[in-house]
Ligand binder design. Structure first.
Ligand code: TMP
Length: 238
């Protein structure tokens, strides 16, 4: 497969066209941003870690019946994925209170929910990714009712698989963000990435934060946290 011109550059990844019209190549960067791009930095080695972690988790999810865009890892930082049209929704699942949930609803971090929550943000940087509900998503024609039903079902299935897997490597899956895409035939598949950039991951014993909150909140040892998660993941092949 030949990598052709870049068609998109996001905050953490670049996307390239290939000679196969049904395939893209994504390339992960070390760039990190927070607060809708207000805070900028670099996390050395992040691109390679997020690429390989995402691919291992996507392969695990495929095995458990979740359709994904993953095709093949090309190199440390590059992966072949199915060409999708991204549904402009950030789908957030939470198991434990943290981040905006704790902030918006005035609860402390670390409250374990009886059942997971789901919420959507409209993926639109100019608007600051505002929180919306499924009726808003349909009014904005971001997705159909059937697509939203599929996305909700798949997101909770992803949560089950990942929560169980992370526990086997001593990590609590606090919350995470997913994005979905449409294949050319309309099939909804999991896309984007699953990494410490997009998940809150706490050590099971100490609750130490092993994710991008270390960067967002200037907690130090950001690289070490990403390496720690990757090391545990490699030690236990999913
Ligand atoms: P939040 O508590 O800030 O809403 O974040 C919930 C989860 O979503 C957390 O695991 C981090 C992830 N996330 C992203 O992946 N991208 C984003 O732009 C934001 C705001 C959160």
């Amino acid at each position: 497969m030949t990598k052709l011109e870049q068609i998109y550059e996001g905050k953490a990844k670049k996307v390239f066209r290939t000679d196969d019209p049904a395939r893209f190549i994504v390339e992960y960067k070390d760039d990190a941003t927070a607060f809708n791009g207000l805070k900028k930095g670099t996390i050395a080695g992040k691109g390679a870690i997020n690429n390989q972690m995402t691919n291992r988790l996507m392969a695990l999810l495929e095995k458990q019946g979740v359709p994904t865009h993953f095709v093949e890892e090309l190199s440390e930082r590059e992966t072949v994925v199915k060409k999708v049209e991204i549904v402009p929704l950030e789908v957030i699942i939470r198991n434990i209170s943290a981040g905006h949930f704790a902030q918006n609803y005035g609860v402390e971090e670390g409250v374990v929910f009886d059942e997971p929550t789901i919420e959507f943000s409209y993926k639109n940087d100019d608007l600051g990714d505002p929180l919306i509900n499924s009726y808003h998503a349909r009014a904005l024609k971001l997705a159909t009712r059937e697509e939203i039903d599929t996305i909700v079902r798949l997101a909770f299935q992803v949560n089950k698989v990942l929560q169980e897997f992370f526990l086997t490597i001593g990590i609590k899956l606090v919350d995470f963000k997913l994005e979905f895409g449409r294949l050319s035939d309309g099939t909804i598949v999991l896309a984007d990435e699953i990494s410490p950039d997009t998940c809150r991951l706490w050590d099971k014993e100490t609750n130490e934060k092993l994710d991008k909150d270390r960067f967002r909140r200037d907690l130090g040892n950001v690289e070490g946290a990403y390496q720690e998660v990757m090391g545990r993941l490699l030690g236990k092949q999913p």
